[in-house]
Each structure stands twice: as C-alpha cells, then as structure tokens.
Design a protein around this ligand. Structure first.
Ligand SMILES: Cc1ncc(COP(=O)(O)O)c(C=O)c1O
Length: 395
C-alpha cells in the first residue's frame, strides 16, 4: 500500500529519524578501551528518566517480560508472598510469571477498566501484621485497558500501614511518557521496555533498583543466572556488560535519552497528557466510551475504546489496516472484540495523532457504527487549539 503505515498500537511505537540514524552504526568492539564512554552516560541518563539518584539502572538485552522476572528473582525467595491486582492482560501476565517462579502470589480480581483499589490495598497491608507480604506488584499503566493506577497512592497505603514490603512497578507503557518518580514515590524496582516511550525497537529491558532492592538481592534465593543483576553490577562499574550487548540499540538508547532530556521530562509528560486528552475528546464526540471507567484511571499513553453492542472491534481494526494503512491496537484476552486501542505514546504530535483519529473514525463508519463524520477530529482539534502552546509571533 502506498504511503507510510500509520502505527498507533501502544508499542512498538514510531521511531524518530534521529534514533534510526543513530542506530545505523558499524559493529564495534564492545571490549574496546573507549566503550565505557558510550555506556556510562547512558546508565546515568537512564537514572534521570527513572527519576532516581539513589538507585541503580540496568540494561538487559531482553523485553519487558524479562524485566518482571529480573525484578522478582533478584529480590525474593521461592515461597515468598507477593500481593498484586489483576485488571488487564499485563497485570495478569506478571501475576502468572510470579506464580511460575514459585512465589506465593495473592491477588485480587479488579474489573477491567479500573486500577489499583487503594482502600483495599491499605486494608490488606494493615491486616498483614506479621509482614508476610514481601513485595507489592503494580502495573502502573495497564496497556490492555488504558488504565493508569495511582502510584503515590500505593506508596501512601504502604506508609499508612507501616508496611515494609518492597514496591515493584511495571512501567513498560508509562516510563518516558507519564509522570513517574522512583525516589520520590518510594518505588523499589521499576522496569520498562525499549519499544514504547523510549521510541526504540523492542530488545532492551530497562530497570532501576532502589538501594533497598539492591540489598534484598543479597538474601534472595530465587534461581537466576542470565538475569542476575550482580554480573551487571560488576561489569557496568567499568562501563561494560557481562556479555555482548546490542550495540545499535545502545546507540539508539543514547539518542532517545538525549531527545527525552532535551525536550524535558515535564514537557514530555505534558505533551502526552494533552494529546491523550484530544483522543478522549474524539471518543466522547463519537458517542463512545473508554474502557477506563473513570477519569482518574484515564491513561495518557493509550486509550482503549469500547465499540457499541452488536459490533466487533476486530472488524474496525481489520478495516483500518486494510483500507487506511492504520495499525490500531487489538483488544486482548477478556476484552478481545470489545475494544480497540489507540496508542498515543512516544514520538508523536497533533497531526501525526490526527491520522489515527481520522482513520479510526473512517473505519468505525465503514463497519456501520453510527457517528457524525468528522466529529472526532473536530473535538480533538478544538481541544488542541484551546490548549496550544504560544508560538513566537511572525517577525
Ligand atoms: C504494561 C506492560 N507490561 C509488560 C509488557 C510486556 O513487555 P514485552 O512485550 O516487552 O515483553 C507489555 C507489553 O506490551 C506491557 O504493555
């Protein structure tokens, strides 16, 4: 099909040309004496994006899923109790992985479209007077439903209960897009993947550990080998990796971090918030609902849109792809066929995102969903115009 594919799945996201060019490098000797000049600043800049000064960052040649395993196996022992909430495909998969690792996983089923129930979390932590719960696992941004949970609220619940459990966060579709602060929010481990807010291909699991999580490693009995952070602690200290790193991805990551820090993290968060609100205005103008049940759960990196009764979201996605060269995110597992998703994270602006809104609207019309043509982009555009940043007057 002529023209570029309009990629609006919630990851992998569009890769800016500057990152594509940065990754176009010949092979290098990863044991060369000057290799640390590439690695050390990347690990430091990564700390800025995770918002940690006290913690330590890690880069594994892996994906977000391995990040879950790195967090758990490096800090816990088989049979340790962890507490979690299941409200979408990714919170589900982390729970499943924790069970498979031999942890004692206690979790609550939460309706898909809601996030962490803070009152019940606090009550559960208060009831755990023997402090059997060793870690609380929270999926910050449930990519399957477009729901963001309140991480400072989780920290407050832990503090209100005076509970010493570690606080682990899946930040795969939030870090580098949504407000996230490891030190300030007392998070012990957070993990991300390279293919979302970091605007890279998949292939890197990016993590930050707090001093408390680093300490927990010393007594953690879960078996680990390739995913042991200890080998990284030793090699990274000198600016190397314990095995052969993906050099093009490291060059890409260096550029991605530069772009994020140049824009300024607060500006990155504000851009995502403003663009995400535009999508939600479009959805409301179509007369449709988001899967996120309340505004407090709205995600600024992905919106899951519920199709009306009698329609199948898979048809919308099919038409969008085959007729308009637009890739929308599918509904996963429990919400398959009920929702389609627009990913609005990474390298995007009003006009690039407008293609997703217009394309989704055309596909909805094509499958017969009754809505006013043009209403979505009119609503998003009106909001973006109202909130447009000032520009320098023409000289
Ligand atoms: C919130 C969340 N966690 C974890 C994952 C799994 O990451 P990966 O596919 O990189 O293994 C994803 C993937 O989309 C995700 O959205």
């Amino acid at each position: 099909m002529p023209g570029r594919n309009h990629l609006y799945v919630p990851g992998p996201t569009n890769i800016p040309d500057a990152i594509l060019s940065a990754m176009h490098v010949p092979s290098e000797d990863h044991r060369a004496p000057d290799f640390p000049t590439l690695v050390k600043p990347i690990l430091e800049n990564l700390k800025k994006v995770f918002r940690t000064e006290a913690g330590q960052t890690f880069i594994f040649p892996a994906t977000g899923t391995a990040g879950w395993e790195i967090a758990l196996t490096n800090t816990l022992s088989p049979g340790d109790k962890v507490l979690s909430y299941r409200f979408g495909q990714f919170s589900h998969l982390w729970i499943d992985l924790a069970k498979r690792l031999g942890l004692d996983v206690e979790y609550e089923e939460v309706p898909w479209g809601q996030g962490v129930p803070l009152d019940r979390l606090e009550a559960r932590l208060k009831a755990d007077t023997d402090h059997e719960i060793k870690a609380v696992l929270i999926c910050h941004n449930e990519t399957a439903t477009g729901v963001t949970s309140d991480l400072p609220g989780v920290r407050r619940a832990l503090d209100a209960a005076g509970h010493p459990a570690m606080f682990f966060v899946d930040g795969v579709s939030s870090i580098a897009s949504l407000d996230f602060r490891l030190d300030e929010w007392g998070i012990d481990i957070s993990l991300a993947g390279s293919q979302k807010g970091f605007m890279l291909p998949a292939g890197l699991a990016l993590l930050a550990f707090s001093p408390k999580a680093l300490e927990a490693r010393k007594t953690a009995q879960c078996r680990r080998a390739f995913l042991d952070i200890q080998d990284h602690i030793v090699s990274n200290a000198d600016g190397y990796f314990p095995y052969t790193p993906s050099i093009p991805l490291l060059h890409g990551l260096r550029k991605a971090l530069e772009l994020l820090l140049e824009e300024g993290l607060e500006n990155v968060y504000a851009r995502h918030a403003r663009l995400g609100e535009g999508v939600r205005r479009a959805v409301a103008a179509w007369g449709l609902k988001t899967c996120a049940q309340e505004p407090k759960w709205h995600s600024n990196s992905v919106t899951a849109i519920v199709v009306p009764e009698g329609f199948d979201a898979r048809d919308v996605i099919h038409v969008a792809y085959h007729r308009y060269n637009l890739s929308l995110g599918a509904g996963l597992s429990e919400v398959a066929g009920k929702v389609f998703r627009i990913g609005h994270l990474g390298d995007l602006n009003e006009l690039s995102l407008a293609s997703a809104i217009v394309g989704a609207e055309l596909a909805l019309l094509d499958v017969g969903v009754p809505l006013t043509p043009g209403s979505g982009i009119a609503a998003a555009g009106a909001y973006w115009r109202e909130t447009a940043p000032a520009i320098t007057p023409r000289g």
